[in-house]
Design a protein around this ligand. Structure first.
Ligand SMILES: *[C@@H]1O[C@H](CO)[C@@H](O)[C@H](O)[C@H]1NC(C)=O
Ligand SMILES: *[C@@H]1O[C@H](CO)[C@@H](O)[C@H](O)[C@H]1NC(C)=O
Ligand SMILES: *[C@@H]1O[C@H](CO)[C@@H](O)[C@H](O)[C@H]1NC(C)=O
Ligand SMILES: *[C@@H]1O[C@H](CO)[C@@H](O)[C@H](O)[C@H]1NC(C)=O
Ligand SMILES: *[C@@H]1O[C@H](CO)[C@@H](O)[C@H](O)[C@H]1NC(C)=O
Ligand SMILES: *[C@@H]1O[C@H](CO)[C@@H](O)[C@H](O)[C@H]1NC(C)=O
Ligand SMILES: *[C@@H]1O[C@H](CO)[C@@H](O)[C@H](O)[C@H]1NC(C)=O
Length: 512
């Protein structure tokens, strides 16, 4: 009874949002958006890709009615004068060279939208040192049209944060991608995202997820969480009481605006028919030709915040890897890669993505190229997990009866200057750093096969799929698929990408 009402509601909202409702718009358009750090002269630019800074400014400038933003943290304004900041000690000329003005102009555009009485909702994690919630609080302060809220997913899962990076303007225009609301994400960190313009059908779905997060922020987590003996991940952990990891007898009715209840499952099994929408997307940045409607999708993490027949984010990554054709190539770009949890204690083992990679190497004879960031905050254990994945190549050719001709290739992405980041001065002494803290890193999170493109906000570690929030947009649109391949290949073939085998665990080249 409950289920059918909800399903009906979902169908209704789908059929009500036909493109014909948006008179002024000729249809949904999409552009890839990138941030490319300064001082990377040897990285070829892919024509037609927008800059993240422009996209954020345009979203704020063109917003007339409402603007919803989900961010992990806010540091759009640089603080070279604050001794607690990773920007400390750099001169005005340095900051200009770093492109810090891009961040302040995005902040100014948001301020202007707030002053135009646009209804703005800002949802974030508690932020990061030393700014925390200063920027969203200042935007909200004294403006009844701006609402700000902090959602602490740690209270719901024991660990985890809001890590989604999403902007939704006027219920039509959307950014989904890796860029934080941080000035460094515009000019000092490499980011990849997608800018969808005039796409109310997609925007409304992302808004449902936004509303679920918003609702969660106002609920008393103690009244809605339980400890589950999680059979899939072999651990006891805290989850919302409507989680499918709980036995249906122990679970509660979800208080979220939209959800689905399915008894008799433990965890979030693969859906055989995840919800996809056939949509015609124009790609003015690459080619205007593909007006044929192609399947596209959204996926969400953590699974308890998803709704309808939307797949969990992990399934969308796995299915993108498995979408490769026989003898084809899968390209994966990520900041982090770890076959386990990072924050959940006790640590759980997680081979979901590496298994999918090995499976297509064996049976599809696929080539899988993986680009992982090497930077100042590189996570210990990464190198071992990557090398264990490379061992698939040995297994693949371990018997001539395998007839296995696929392979895994992995490179570290080293943005020049990655090991010279941090404040310029500390206690009045020069540190020798030449770039601000937490910069000079490839932070994009996407995968692209020969058939399908997937652009996400999650790092490739267990926590991002089960306790931390994230959203992905994916599509079979051939123009988006081919342009995303070009973005990957530009990085992969650049001198900044170095085969994993050539780097030791301290980031030094093995001397030959
Ligand atoms: C938004 O605004 C900017 C400048 O105000 C403009 O150049 C841009 O084309 C507009 N539209 C979109 C969809 O970004
Ligand atoms: C701002 O918008 C709200 C509704 O969206 C309206 O009630 C209010 O009067 C507006 N304020 C101004 C100053 O225009
Ligand atoms: C929201 O903004 C108000 C007003 O500036 C501020 O007092 C409050 O701390 C902020 N709340 C959160 C959760 O950031
Ligand atoms: C939250 O829920 C817990 C457990 O039901 C209850 O003891 C507590 O009083 C509630 N807190 C608030 C602020 O309502
Ligand atoms: C990570 O590795 C570095 C270098 O090998 C080592 O100094 C450090 O203690 C390690 N950290 C952790 C948390 O294991
Ligand atoms: C130098 O700065 C660090 C970090 O800001 C601080 O912990 C330390 O106490 C300072 N040392 C001196 C000698 O002031
Ligand atoms: C920074 O990394 C590069 C590349 O691995 C290396 O050649 C250089 O020695 C490193 N510099 C420092 C200060 O560690």
């Amino acid at each position: 009874m409950e289920v059918s009402t909800i399903v009906l509601l979902i169908f209704l909202s789908t059929s009500l949002s036909l493109p014909s409702h948006s008179e002024s718009s000729p249809g949904c358009k999409a552009w890839l958006a990138q941030s490319i750090p300064t001082d990377m002269p040897h990285l070829p630019r892919v024509p037609g890709v927008l800059s993240t800074g422009d996209v954020f400014r345009w979203l704020a400038w063109n917003s007339t009615q409402r603007l919803d933003v989900i961010a992990q943290y806010w540091q759009l304004n640089a603080h070279p004068e604050d001794p607690r900041s990773g920007d400390y000690g750099y001169s005005k000329a340095d900051m200009l060279r770093f492109g810090a003005h891009e961040g302040s102009s995005v902040y100014k555009a948001l301020q202007d939208a707030a002053d135009r009485n646009v209804s703005i909702r800002l949802l974030s994690h508690s932020g990061v040192y030393p700014d925390y919630t200063t920027e969203p609080s200042n935007l909200a302060s004294g403006r009844p049209n701006v609402e700000n809220v902090t959602l602490l997913l740690g209270e719901w899962y024991g660990s985890g944060i809001v890590h989604t990076k999403v902007w939704i303007s006027n219920r039509r225009d959307v950014y989904i991608g890796s860029a934080n609301n941080d000035w460094k994400s515009l000019t000092q960190v490499k980011e990849v995202g997608i800018y969808l313009v005039g796409c109310p059908k997609i925007a409304k779905k992302v808004e449902v997820y936004f509303d679920n997060l918003w609702k969660l922020a106002y609920l008393n987590s103690s009244a809605y969480t339980k400890t589950v003996s999680d059979q899939q991940w072999q651990t006891n952990r805290k989850v919302p009481c409507w989680s499918r990891f709980l036995d249906s007898k122990e679970s509660c009715r979800s208080p979220l605006p939209q959800f689905v209840r399915i008894p008799h499952v433990a965890g979030y099994p693969i859906l055989s028919d995840p919800y996809m929408f056939k949509i015609s997307i124009q790609t003015p940045g690459h080619s205007h030709s593909t007006l044929r409607p192609e399947s596209s999708y959204l996926s969400f993490a953590p699974p308890e915040l998803s709704f309808g027949r939307y797949q969990a984010d992990q399934q969308a990554w796995v299915d993108t890897i498995k979408s490769v054709g026989s003898g084809g190539t899968v390209r994966i770009s990520t900041m982090d890669w770890l076959g386990q949890s990072q924050y959940l204690k006790p640590t759980v083992y997680w081979s979901s993505l590496s298994s999918a990679v090995s499976e297509v190497v064996f049976s599809k004879h696929a080539t899988v190229k993986i680009l992982v960031a090497y930077w100042a905050h590189f996570i210990n254990g990464t190198d071992q997990y990557l090398k264990s994945l490379l061992y698939s190549n040995v297994l693949c050719s371990s018997s001539k009866y395998n007839r296995c001709s696929g392979k895994v290739e992995i490179k570290y992405y080293m943005v020049p200057g990655f090991n010279l980041t941090g404040p310029a001065t500390q206690n009045g002494t020069s540190t020798g750093n030449i770039y601000p803290g937490y910069s000079r890193v490839n932070h994009g999170k996407y995968a692209v096969s020969d058939a399908r493109a997937h652009i996400g906000t999650s790092n490739l570690i267990w926590d991002y799929f089960y306790t931390t929030s994230g959203v992905s947009f994916g599509t079979y649109n051939p123009a988006i698929v081919s342009q995303l391949q070009l973005v990957f290949e530009a990085d992969w073939n650049s001198p900044y990408a170095v085969p994993v085998e050539e780097i030791d665990q301290d980031g030094q080249f093995y001397s030959s």
